[in-house]
Design a protein around this ligand. Structure first.
Ligand code: NAG
Ligand code: NAG
Ligand code: NAG
Length: 834
């Protein structure tokens, strides 16, 4: 078979070319065996290669979330993670990884922030470019996403984002630009949202003018899953591949009609098909066709990398009287209380980043591995943290008398006879993801339930479409309309109201759930027409248990208290933005920290979230460790920091405001709805993150961008800068470890005008370097800086510019701690080449 791409392309009929422009199924492309074109397989996602099953699929390595790896400020780690992700992708039979995610942390409530790196486009770009290089070196395609401006989850399929060209260029497109130029990703995924009124998938400005035009990039553009919104427009704008398949917009009839009507040219179809074939070629599939079965391979080198990256990403934010580290000799024979989420490994957020990890080390396991029998550990949960009541699975019998539920699907509204019946169905929830045979069907679940105890039980129910729950044929729940948030439904954050129902011990109850496909909803992308529901269930005693009192008792009894707080994947997930700035649920975690810290002066908080949250108890606690979502080695990595085996060197890649009201996008997130159209104005312009906090009172920031403590201390001195060419500089600075143990820090180099201007940020990150220094060691470091990395986009001339004048090169340990400043005259004012 000829494997010359142009020969193959030339042999394809128009219909065959069209068939290549959308997926075959959820993850694969369409093969044309007669012409020697194989299918290739894609896989989610950013912190591991999950494979084709959303939940409970083939096990995979879970890497730290991007926000955690960004906190290492170590691009070499990003490169190594890229290598490892490629190897993982290959174990899943895939050759295209849908990663990295690189949108901006515009607002602390952004549901998907954890999946991407930072509020700073330069840091994001440098980390992402290294991930991409690492992935593609191994012959696997990276897919940078989501282009562009996918900064919120609320109504993500429909929201219109109004952004100035300057902010778009300097903040939102810049990480993509850096990555395109430094790593040439083989694929780009478009965003779901509209940018200035035009869907990202058919956005000529984004795809044609900038990506393929100005940046000269020549890879494959695919849509986000269900994010294609047109036939001719998306083809003309440059969207090569509609995902997933089977196609909704690119049926042969629709495309060929568009060609006949002159809406799209055959040349354009050929060009789109060429990009698909080129991707197949780049991943080596013409030479090695066939998609191997998924495998689960635990690779010790990957486990070690995950622990190392997590160890450098976990960020120490407070450490009063050096309570940390709890060195083994210091705590021998002591009693340590573990509270909150100590028995849960919060290793990833929810949505496409979630996966069935090879294993998950909980903090309790990690600490026990570290301290062995030298320390006595005691546990109290202290707070309810679940988002939804767990589904009903136990003590249920299906119609055959075996464990579980009977699940029936009905077609065309005919409930007299089931189209399909499954007995032994696991639990009271039906998740429609990937189950295409359920499209348009009604679902009924039936079981005979025998409660273990008498008394009231809490129920919480919801459906994507109209849903009814009956107990012994009496209606206990009825939802007449569609879910107000179908996307949230899919990912575990359904809006549900709890209510109670009395049960008698030992008696049996017939429980039946009946749900219809959604009414309308054809615009819901991958959820269109799919039925779904869940019912949660909990005994009243368990539900109303006074966990806090137990925790208070334990807090009094122990020498040291470690409270684990954070967001489980249901609380921080793709598909939904966070509902509040406070930790869930209903203030229970804040109350727990407050209560424990009031009773025990040695309270350490370890917080696993991908975003900033409120910390009303910060003054009361002795230490705070921000653990992010550190991957499958979570507990070990946290224990490494707590016992001092690893000296913390994580630095915040996002600012933590004190109050949500002080966040720059506050008031413009998640936008305003008028005539059924949600619109969000990026009113803050380029003043995102520290670019905003730098110009307001320091009081507003709890922890500034770039901040992080160590078990030693550092100082920078003698910063200097020289211009080495028209657009390059060489900065030098002396860094000293001023403490008694070895450690690493990040030299952060910010550049800004000496003469402040309200039009421009005070300073922007233009270079950084992570450096390791032994105790007392002092060393001079050289840091190259490019003019372009602190240039601004001038809308009037549509070009990048640096104005003539004096500039300060500030060497900082965070945006708020600048140790040394060098000033230089720049003879700017020129237009830079794009
Ligand atoms: C988007 O629209 C706004 C308001 O009309 C405008 O100011 C801005 O320049 C537009 N952005 C782009 C990228 O064209
Ligand atoms: C496609 O975009 C148009 C225009 O923004 C919008 O009205 C429509 O609802 C979208 N359709 C789908 C299927 O998303
Ligand atoms: C948890 O971490 C987030 C950042 O990821 C931070 O904003 C928040 O304040 C922290 N909360 C706690 C409970 O420490």
């Amino acid at each position: 078979m000829n494997t010359n791409l142009e020969t193959i392309l030339g042999s394809l009929t128009l219909e065959e070319k069209v068939s290549l422009l959308a997926g075959k199924d959820f993850w694969e492309t369409v093969p044309i065996p007669d012409k020697g074109v194989p299918a290739i397989k894609t896989s989610d996602g950013p912190n591991g290669a999950r494979g084709e099953v959303f939940a409970g699929g083939t096990r995979a390595a879970c890497f730290p979330a991007a926000v955690c790896s960004a906190a290492t400020w170590n691009p070499e780690f990003a490169h190594q993670i890229g290598n490892a992700l490629a190897e993982e992708t290959q174990t899943k039979g895939a050759t295209v990884l849908l990663a990295p995610t690189m949108c901006n942390h515009r607002h602390p409530l952004g549901g998907r922030n954890f999946e991407s790196f930072s509020e700073d486009p330069y840091l994001t770009g440098k980390m992402a470019a290294n991930v991409v290089n690492g992935i593609q070196e191994k012959g696997v395609a990276a897919t940078i996403k989501h282009f562009a401006a996918n900064e919120q989850e609320t109504e993500r399929l429909f929201v219109d984002e109004i952004i100035s060209e300057r902010a778009l260029r300097e903040i939102y497109m810049k990480p993509f630009e850096i990555t395109v130029k430094e790593a040439n990703p083989w694929a780009v995924m478009t965003a779901y949202n509209k940018v200035n009124g035009t869907h990202a998938d058919s956005n000529t400005f984004l795809l044609k003018q900038v990506l393929r035009g100005e940046w000269g990039w020549d890879g494959l553009v695919m849509s986000d899953w269900g994010g294609t919104n047109s036939t001719a427009e998306s083809l003309n704008a440059g969207l090569d591949l509609e995902m997933p398949g089977p196609t909704r917009w690119r049926t042969k009839d629709a495309v060929i009609k568009a060609v006949k009507d002159g809406e799209v040219s055959e040349k354009t179809i050929t060009e789109r098909a060429r990009h698909v074939l080129k991707l197949i070629e780049k991943v080596g599939a013409f030479k090695n066709p066939g998609i191997p079965p998924e495998q689960s391979i635990v690779n010790p080198a990957h486990s070690k990398l995950i622990r190392d990256v997590a160890g450098q990403g976990i960020t120490l934010l407070k450490n009063e009287n050096s309570i940390l580290p709890l060195r083994k000799e210091k705590v021998k024979g002591k009693k340590i209380g573990l509270f909150g989420l100590a028995k849960e490994a919060l290793i990833h957020g929810g949505g496409s980043a979630s996966l069935n990890a090879h294993y998950r080390i909980t903090p309790e396991e990690g600490l026990k591995n570290t301290y062995g029998d030298d320390v006595e550990f005691k546990f109290a949960k202290g707070a309810q943290t679940y988002r939804l009541l767990p589904p009903l699975a136990k003590r249920c019998k299906d119609a055959q008398g075996s464990h579980g539920w009977r699940m029936e699907l009905f077609k065309d509204g005919d409930t007299s006879k089931a189209w399909k019946t499954v007995d032994g169905f696991k639990e009271s929830s039906f998740s429609p993801i990937l189950d295409h045979e359920a499209v348009g069907k009604e679902v009924r679940l039936t079981t005979t339930f025998t409660p273990s105890a008498a008394g009231k039980h809490y129920l919480g129910c919801s459906g994507i479409g109209p849903t009814t729950v009956t107990i012994n044929d009496k209606v206990v729940f009825e939802q007449k309309n569609n879910s107000p948030d179908p996307m949230g439904f899919m990912l575990g954050g359904n809006p549900e109201e709890e209510f109670t129902v009395p049960f008698k011990e030992g008696e049996s109850y017939k429980v039946q759930i009946h749900t219809l496909p959604p009414v309308g909803g054809s615009e819901w992308g991958i959820l269109a027409g799919l039925p779904g529901f869940r019912m949660g269930f909990m005994l009243e005693e368990e539900h109303d248990l006074d966990l806090l009192t137990q925790a208070k008792e334990l807090a009094k009894e122990v020498d040291i208290a470690i409270v684990f707080t954070g967001h489980t994947p249901a609380w921080e997930t793709e598909g939904q933005d966070q509902q509040t700035f406070n930790l869930p649920r209903e203030g229970s975690q804040d109350a727990l920290v407050d209560a424990v810290a009031s009773l025990n002066r040695n309270t350490i908080v370890v917080n696993s979230t991908g975003v900033a949250v409120a910390m009303p108890w910060l003054d009361k606690i002795a230490a705070l460790v921000q653990a992010w979502f550190p991957g499958q080695e979570a507990g070990n990595a946290i224990a490494d920091i707590i016992c001092g085996a690893v000296n913390p060197s994580g630095r915040l890649p996002v600012s933590f405001p004190k109050r949500i009201e002080d966040a720059p996008a506050f008031g413009n997130f998640p936008g305003e709805k008028r005539d059924n159209q949600l619109t969000v104005k990026y009113e803050e312009g380029v003043f995102v993150g520290y670019r905003h906090y730098d110009r307001v009172s320091k009081e507003k920031v709890q922890f500034p961008f770039g901040f992080g403590l160590s078990y030693t201390t550092f100082a920078f001195d003698n910063g200097e800068v020289k211009q080495t060419s028209t657009d390059a500089f060489k900065a030098t600075v002396t860094a000293k470890n001023t403490g008694n143990i070895a450690g690493a820090t990040v030299i952060q180099l910010y550049v800004g005008r000496k003469q402040r201007s309200s039009e421009h940020p005070v300073k922007t990150l233009a270079a950084f370097k992570k450096v390791h220094l032994d105790a007392g060691e002092e060393k001079k470091f050289e840091i190259p800086v490019a003019l372009r990395d602190f240039a601004y986009f001038d809308e009037a001339s549509k070009g990048w510019k640096v104005d003539r004048g004096q500039y300060e090169f500030s060497f900082g340990q965070s945006t708020a701690q600048i140790d040394s400043v060098a000033t230089i005259d720049i003879d700017g004012g020129r237009e830079l080449k794009l």
